[in-house]
Design a protein around this ligand. Sequence first.
Ligand code: ATP
Ligand code: MG
Length: 243
Amino acid sequence: MSLLTVDELTVTFGGRGRKETRAVDGVSFAVDQGQVVGLVGESGCGKSVTSLAVMGLLPHKGVTLGGRAVFDGTDLFTMNPSARRDLRGSEMAMIFQDPLSSLNPVVPVGVQVTEILERHRGMKGEAARKEAAHLLDRVGIPDPTRRLKEYPHQLSGGMRQRALIAMAVACAPRMLIADEPTTALDVTIQAQILELLKELVDQEGTALLMITHDLGVVAGLCDEVNVLYAGKVVESAGRRELF
Ligand SMILES: Nc1ncnc2c1ncn2[C@@H]1O[C@H](COP(=O)(O)OP(=O)(O)OP(=O)(O)O)[C@@H](O)[C@H]1O
Ligand SMILES: [Mg+2]
């Protein structure tokens, strides 16, 4: 059985007098442990909405979900909300497309990373701080000890994105959803991040759902690819077949 199975997922916005839009229209795919599955397709085809639905991060109001998403045998859409919150950030993590809106602007980056290590990996004090610096170093942030003391607005866009990746990796999730994680980064850093993600998959057996526009990323990383168009999977193939 796959770690994550998404079956005939639909996401509809609006209703109650407002015009309805079906952003996701019957999407099915599965991700196994240690596997990288790509979700590709043009802007607006439903990639981010699909991943937010799986993570349980869509607003409750004005959104109707259909179909099923099952993680390790548990139905995500019917599970109890507090258990789902626990799952998020420990077993399932997401790297968001928009890094500035997902970091807390009034908390130093280091505190945000060490909090995760304390909460999800039971690390304390100096050990957590050391690991946080190590993680920042792994995602290619120079002078990590200094950066840890800074606030998100003091970091460049690319560094913020890398800090978010460090945070997602920090909790050692079994499932990682990465929504265009490297789009904002320059080519060398991109390569470094992709290498890090590959390492996670190969060494820790992390399941990775990779959302991207970049066919080079697909070629270098994905075992399977689903092509979305207007909320539907229009093509689904192993990497070799697709190319
Ligand atoms: N909160 C919302 N309310 C209404 N419609 C929404 C909402 N969020 C997204 N949509 C619509 O859902 C569709 C899918 O959006 P989504 O963000 O998933 O696209 P995407 O494939 O991630 O695109 P991109 O590559 O540009 O990130 C779009 O038509 C978008 O306008
Ligand atoms: Mg998107």
